[in-house]
Design a protein around this ligand. Structure first.
Ligand SMILES: [Fe+2]
Ligand SMILES: [Fe+2]
Length: 317
């Protein structure tokens, strides 16, 4: 595969797995284009043209000739200087594909967060409430990201001449759909049963052996699960901490999340919403694996690194 084909495939798979659906995502791209065409030259200078074709700010081909033929990649949850140097040292790695964003993809991470409002809406939270609570949180995340040194890994990739891309929300949406399919087909009696169902997935089993298995952060094993919602799997990062009361009112009993801050746990407990933490690296690995399986089928060899728990499966949705 060419480098650009791997990148484009990640975007298309991300759109197909997007909780909003392909039609809504494409409408969003049209709106961006309409806005761009009305801009004057000064505004266009700062406009990120990639957003005309890629709806995910945190997914990006940062560096490398798009026409380059790729036979073997380093694939990791995080790829920084160490992994890049190792990739170069091994001599036969053609490109690095990370999950977590770097560079502009991290600086603009919060631009993907609006999709969380649609997920919350699908679980019964009125869209106006979801958008309002999220709006405050998106501003907070944007300010929080602004002080970091986002380009260090990319500087190393450039100096090593190592092609580098990151595929964040696109693969988080893949794990979202993967888990959704499993959860929606089941009737869980207790929160413990939700946790046990996760342990049927190899990445979570392996992660438990490594000391990072699924855990209950709010509620108890024997609590009745109620309706199970996957509201904290895709959409950039943690959403609004004050959403749990609204989720409870909407009929949600248990939330499955990748990870959660202490503040979020406290608010979930206060709203009597059970929280099952699936696990961070393990969940990110499931999403990456679903993408990597597809490019491996197309003849690209995968070398897992940077925290990726590589499991090969036939795509299940
Ligand atoms: Fe992720
Ligand atoms: Fe992550």
């Amino acid at each position: 595969m060419k480098l650009k084909e791997i990148y484009n495939l990640s975007i298309q798979m991300g759109i197909d797995a997007d909780p909003r659906g392909r039609a809504a995502v494409e409408k969003g791209l049209q709106n961006v284009r309409a806005k761009y065409e009305k801009m004057d030259e000064k505004e266009k200078e700062y406009f990120d043209r990639e957003t005309l074709i890629n709806p995910y700010s945190d997914t990006r081909l940062h560096f490398g000739d798009p026409e380059l033929e790729i036979k073997k990649i380093f694939a990791g949850i995080d790829i920084d200087g160490d992994e890049l140097l190792l990739a170069k040292h091994l001599g036969d790695i053609d490109a690095c594909v990370a999950h977590h964003p770097r560079g502009i993809a991290l600086a603009k991470l919060h631009d993907v967060m609006p999709l969380q409002a649609d997920v919350l809406n699908q679980y019964g939270v009125p869209i106006n409430v979801a958008e309002a609570l999220l709006h405050t949180r998106i501003s907070e995340v944007g300010r929080g990201l602004s002080a970091s040194n986002h380009y260090r890994a990319l500087d190393i990739a450039r100096l090593l001449q190592m092609p580098y891309m990151c595929t964040h929300t696109v693969t988080d949406s893949l794990v979202f759909q993967f888990l959704k399919q499993r959860v929606e087909g089941e009737r869980f009696g207790t929160v413990g049963e939700v946790l046990d169902a996760l342990l049927e997935i190899p990445e979570y089993r392996e992660s438990k052996k490594r000391g990072m298995g699924p855990e209950i952060f709010s509620g108890k094993r024997e609590n009745r699960a109620g309706r199970v919602a996957l509201t904290e799997i895709t959409g950039g990062t943690d959403g609004a901490h004050d959403i749990y009361e609204k989720l409870a009112q909407a009929g949600v009993g248990t939330v499955i999340a990748m990870h959660q801050s202490e503040k979020h746990v406290k608010f979930a407990e206060k709203a009597h919403v059970n929280v099952v933490i699936a696990g961070h690296m393990s969940s990110d690995s499931v999403g990456m694996n679903l993408f990597l399986d597809t490019i491996e089928e197309k003849g690209v060899e995968i070398v897992p690194c940077g925290g990726l728990l590589r499991v090969v499966r036939t795509r299940a949705f």
